[in-house]
Design a protein around this ligand. Structure first.
Ligand code: HAM
Length: 426
């Protein structure tokens, strides 16, 4: 049998052009998160399967159909993480990060879901996630939304993503609602699609976010969750809305926004775009005040979100907001006696004199035409050229590769850094 040397379906390589874009996006994400005072955590990509079952919910699509689960050599049932919240809570509990103290954390990394791959939906995808522990009020919910809005502004896409907002109330309020919703769904059972029929008794709230248009129409006359809200839920939601209004962040209240994971209560939100087709949710999150206790900790309120990096990057590319950057600034080339040695020495000198400037040395010889072709291909801004004359005089010739009209000039090696700074505009 031929060896299968293709990547696993739905799991993508990132090539140098891609990583140049990813690094730019990651930098903006890191800078923004740190400008709000949040700290990074790094969790393993593998956890015990029962962590996800308990946290996300047994009757969610993620746990029922999408996890990569396997038994390891010690007989433990493990899963590749389908999301980051469960692992982050586990990590916070295990290291006593949230006992009597608040935490504002973030993480970035791959997640795995066995979904049907399509544009914007992959089996290995990446999330930047934020999780806050120990803060109860709507001000922190607002902060997370303001933070995501700040991100969209930094990327120049704030007009292309829309905020959908809902409140899921408390567990008790949802339980009361669940009863009246199930009654309604049972009364209209024949009008439901297969998925909604199945969910009526397993996870009825999920019927609310059906994609089926006929069921969607029917749900307009279904009982409303908001009618079961008590004073506390109403006040939390009203305060959150007031804070967003004060920030000038527009939102649409979507009573059918329930999210696909079971741990949420009160605030839930999603940032969606029309520019990506079916997979338009770029970021989603909400409060999950019961999860820490459910996983064995003392009751601790929590709120967070997950941002899909592939979707964000697709959106930035679709809107022409980002382009790959060259990874080389200066290309050192030449021809002459012991040229490799002189090139390497010159490059070392320049790297020391110009910290942060990316300097590539030509390797593999060849005539000048070939060497300049290679220099061009790297996207370098300047070439540093060496020949026997330069070597004898202790100088280099410098050429601006992006400004074809400018003449090349010879400089004493000690003056070369300054000449390069001018060309690189640094
Ligand atoms: P989620 O809505 O399941 O929430 O995922 C968050 C984001 O990850 C989605 O909005 C989407 O952009 C991206 N995403 C999800 N699945 C895929 C996929 N198969 N391919 C590409 N992108 C995908 C969570 O995971 C929660 N842990 C978020 C959270 C944190 N809630 C509270 N704290």
């Amino acid at each position: 049998m031929a060896l299968n040397v293709q990547a696993v379906r739905g799991m993508n390589d990132l090539l140098p052009e891609d990583t140049s874009i990813w690094q730019q996006v990651e930098t903006v994400l890191r800078q923004t998160l740190s400008s709000f005072g949040y700290s990074e955590v790094r969790m393993p990509v593998v956890e015990h399967t029962n962590l996800f079952c308990r946290a996300i919910g047994e009757v969610t699509d993620v746990v029922e159909k999408e996890m990569y689960t396997f038994e390891d050599r010690s007989g433990d049932m493990l899963s590749l993480r389908p999301e980051g919240t469960a692992g982050c809570v586990r990590c916070a509990l295990e290291h006593n990060l949230i006992y009597n103290q608040e935490q504002r954390l973030w993480y970035m990394g791959p997640m795995f879901r066995h979904e049907r791959p399509q544009k914007g939906r992959y089996r290995q995808f990446h999330q930047t996630g934020v999780e806050v522990f120990g803060l109860k009020g709507p001000d922190i919910d607002a902060e997370l939304i303001i933070m995501t809005y700040e991100l969209w502004k930094r990327f120049g896409i704030q007009d292309q993503v829309k905020l959908q907002l809902n409140s899921l109330g408390s567990a008790q309020e949802r339980a009361a609602y669940r009863e009246s919703l199930v009654k309604f769904l049972e009364a209209h059972f024949d009008e439901l699609d297969e998925d909604s029929k199945r969910r009526t008794h397993t996870n009825p709230l999920r019927v609310l976010d059906t994609k089926d248009e006929k069921v969607g129409e029917l749900l307009k006359s279904a009982p409303k969750l908001a009618d079961h809200f008590g004073a506390e839920t109403k006040e939390h939601f009203a305060k959150l809305r007031a804070l967003l209004d004060a920030e000038g962040i527009a939102y649409e209240i979507n009573p059918r926004l329930v999210r696909g994971l079971d741990y949420y209560n009160l605030t839930v939100f999603e940032w969606v775009t029309d520019a990506l087709g079916a997979q338009g949710t770029v970021c989603g999150g909400g409060r999950y005040d019961g999860l820490v206790e459910q996983l064995g900790g003392t009751p601790t309120c929590a709120v967070g979100f997950g941002l899909g990096m592939e979707r964000l990057i697709l959106l930035l590319q679709t809107l022409g907001k980002i382009t790959p950057k060259s990874s080389v600034d200066v290309y050192v080339l030449g021809s002459g006696d012991d040229i490799e040695l002189h090139e390497a020495k010159t490059a070392s000198f320049l790297r020391k004199a110009l910290p942060g400037v990316r300097i590539m040395t030509h390797c593999g010889g060849g005539n000048f035409k070939r060497q300049f072709k290679r220099a061009d291909k790297t996207g370098a801004r300047a070439a540093v050229i060496l020949g026997n004359d330069e070597i004898a005089r202790g100088s280099v010739t410098i050429k601006d590769l992006r400004n074809k009209d400018s003449a090349q000039s010879e400089y004493a090696l000690c003056d070369a850094p300054e000449a390069l700074r001018k060309i690189l505009e640094i």
